[in-house]
Write a protein that binds this ligand. Structure first.
Ligand code: C2E
Ligand code: CA
Ligand code: CA
Length: 630
């Protein structure tokens, strides 16, 4: 009877596992499902093992066919256990999981093996005391099938090891080693019935390493964790299941203290967890994601389904101190096509909330915008790498000397097919991602090269205006880097004029001023760009050490159309001139407009009337043609 005791130990192990596994709500990941099935198959295997032992020991009292049946049932369950171990393992490898013929093939092989086990003959032996086992072709077949699956399982952990969760890979290897050692011992000493116990041990390793449902849970808050969220969404995409999501975006940092923060999150979690058809995950920051296993269309058909308004109301009533909670609603999870894109859709939309807005839709349109944004980011990266950022120059005309005395350097991105992409399309993306620093530096270098190579000074071009974005101005290393570039190109700093803009996104005015002062001491000058747009006003001119003010094209155009704008602009001109600054009017397009501008005390004109921005070659030709004649 000593043998059955080992089996009983295994059984207790497995029953405990079943208890732990079933105790928690499950997320519904397939590894979780297969693991549950594994535990059940393995437990049945041990139960059948014990039953068959009992049957053999009592073979005088029960019909012979029942004893044979119990032995065969045990052998079949043993082969099935090995197959389940294999199933569990290959399901961690996406390529195998999605390979239909592989699945059918391996299942077919298992069924054929089981069929043989069923039909082949079996004998059993019992000496009336300790020695008890079954033998015969059926038993040999079982060993073969079991070994084939154990070897295949181990093979997967080697061939596809890199694509597996490393914890799972190692746990599966340990499991298989224990199981094979036990099987070998049992093969040599058939009276030692160790296999069932061995697999129970293996299961336990898996459980403690991976399949403990607690690992899916955010312990502090009591809903599923961020890690689980990613796995779950990945599975939704793989299985092409319909789903919709409500993201509850709390502020990134609450100033309520840790304890209160936790209490509120738990309250929120309890409230959000109470809806049907959904699973709640605590994700990045203080956010939650409520994932419905239906898309919006299907949800509308369910009366009990909760809608976003109910959630919003509850948040307003219950957590007014966090009234800035915002909501993202994704009516159809399949508008994005992968977990990466899905997460990007969430994170980007989260950043895009505007003042006063508390709800955004993640739909086809917003996802397309994100895709465009992303492909632009990639495109800019490539353009920088392949040196496809070019600089165009727009001549600036002096009304005093009636010559072109400067030019503005304007970035262009050249596509592989030679087509130009205008800054309006790529500069905002570059600004948002920080790539503007590299673009700005590239433009700056190229402008210095152009000044030097063409000896612009000798052609009457006193300086080139180069745009600086806020991000660049906030880099404490800007002044040093630019001085280095200027000296490397042996350009006189006075030939450089940097254009800055007033911006609400400026975080560190001090760094900006330090950069400006350093560069001015070095000999560069600054102008204020975009004057007359919402952001730039007279106060700013007083604060900033600029020598030149550039009137924005829109304001200049208004001046020609609108009497009030005329008054505003002409008084602005007077004030700026009294401060001793020079003025450039941008966007002057016709001869009449030039005449009108001349009535004002404006110094320079930059506009299509004189020239559009030109490639370096065309610009040099233009200057040679126009500045050298008289
Ligand atoms: P901006 O600095 O105000 O540059 C002037 C823009 O007005 C240029 O557009 C120019 O082509 C356009 N413009 C000039 N005269 C006329 C006119 O008579 N009519 C019309 N319709 N437009 C005129 P562009 O080259 O498309 O540049 C757009 C903006 O992109 C620039 O506005 C600037 O804010 C940004 N940008 C361009 N290059 C750079 C750069 O290297 N760095 C940074 N940070 N921004 C840049
Ligand atoms: Ca500019
Ligand atoms: Ca401008």
């Amino acid at each position: 009877m000593g043998n059955v005791q080992i089996q009983l130990c295994g059984l207790i192990f497995d029953l405990l596992l079943i208890f732990f596994v079933l105790r928690h709500e499950s997320v519904g990941l397939y590894s979780e499902k297969i693991f549950k099935q594994c535990v059940i198959v393995y437990t049945s295997c041990i139960v059948l093992d014990i039953l068959s032992c009992v049957a053999i020991m009592n073979d005088e009292r029960i019909p012979g066919f029942l004893v044979i049946l119990s032995c065969k049932a045990y052998l079949v369950s043993l082969a099935l256990s090995a197959f389940y171990g294999f199933l569990y393992t290959y399901n961690d490898v996406k390529r195998l999981r999605e390979n239909f013929s592989f699945q059918v093939g391996t299942l077919g092989a298992a069924l054929i093996g089981i069929l043989f086990i069923c039909v082949l003959p079996i004998n059993y032996l019992y000496d009336g005391k300790d020695i008890l086992y079954s033998y015969g072709y059926s038993a040999i077949m079982t060993y073969i099938v079991t070994m084939v699956y154990i070897v295949s399982t181990v093979a997967i952990t080697f061939f596809y090891g890199k694509q597996m969760n490393p914890h799972r890979r190692n746990a599966v290897r340990a499991w298989m080693i224990i199981e094979s050692v036990m099987a070998v011992i049992q093969f040599i000493f058939p009276e030692l019935l160790l296999v069932g116990f061995g697999s129970a041990l293996g299961m336990y390793i898996l459980y403690s390493e991976l399949e403990n449902p607690e690992v899916y849970i955010d312990r502090a808050i009591g809903c599923f964790s961020e890690e689980t969220f990613k796995k779950y969404i990945t599975q939704e995409y793989e299985l092409r299941k319909p789903f919709s999501v409500i993201f509850i975006c709390n502020e990134k940092e609450w100033k309520v203290g840790d304890e209160t923060e936790k209490r509120i999150l738990v309250e929120m979690s309890e409230f959000l967890n109470s809806f049907g058809y959904s699973k709640l995950f605590k994700i990045a920051n203080n956010d939650f994601a409520l994932v419905y296993d239906k898309n919006e269309k299907e949800m509308n058909e369910i009366e009990s389904a909760v809608n976003l308004d109910v959630i919003r109301q509850r948040f307003e009533v219950s957590w007014p101190e966090l009234s800035r909670t915002k909501f993202l609603y994704m009516p159809d999870g399949h508008v994005t096509s992968s977990t990466e894109e899905f997460l990007l859709g969430y994170l980007r939309n989260r950043d895009l909330f505007e003042q006063g807005e508390d709800m955004r839709l993640i739909d086809e349109e917003s996802v397309n915008q994100i895709r465009e944004f992303n492909s632009m980011v990639v495109e800019i990266g490539k353009a920088l790498e392949e040196d496809r950022i070019q600089v165009y120059y727009q001549p600036i005309f002096s009304l005093e000397t009636e010559k072109f005395v400067s030019a503005e350097a304007l970035a262009r991105m050249v596509e592989k097919n030679g087509k130009l992409i205008m800054p309006m399309r790529f500069i905002p993306v570059a600004e948002e991602t920080g790539l503007i620093e590299q673009i700005g530096e590239r433009v700056f270098e190229k402008a210095c090269e152009c000044i030097k190579q063409n000896n612009l000074k000798s052609k009457g071009i006193d300086y080139v205006e180069i745009n600086l974005s806020v991000t660049q101005c906030e880099n404490p290393l800007l002044a040093t880097k630019f001085q280095e570039i200027i000296s490397n190109h042996s350009v006189s700093p006075a030939e450089i004029n940097l254009e800055i803009t007033e911006s609400s996104t400026l975080k560190s005015r001090n760094v900006l001023l330090k950069n400006m002062n350093d560069l001015m001491r070095y000999g560069c000058n600054f102008s204020l760009d975009d004057f007359g747009t919402g952001e730039s006003n007279l106060n700013y001119i007083v604060d900033m050490p600029v020598k030149l003010v550039k009137f924005d094209r829109n304001m200049v155009q208004e001046y020609f159309k609108n009497e009030k704008a005329k008054v505003v602009m002409s008084s602005a001109v007077k004030m700026i001139k009294r401060l001793g600054l020079k003025i450039v009017a941008e966007g002057v397009e016709t001869e009449e407009q030039v005449k009108e501008i001349k009535d004002l005390e404006i110094d320079y004109i930059q506009g299509y009337y004189y020239s559009k921005p030109l490639s370096e070659k065309d610009f040099i030709r233009f200057i040679n043609d126009h500045n050298m004649v008289s």
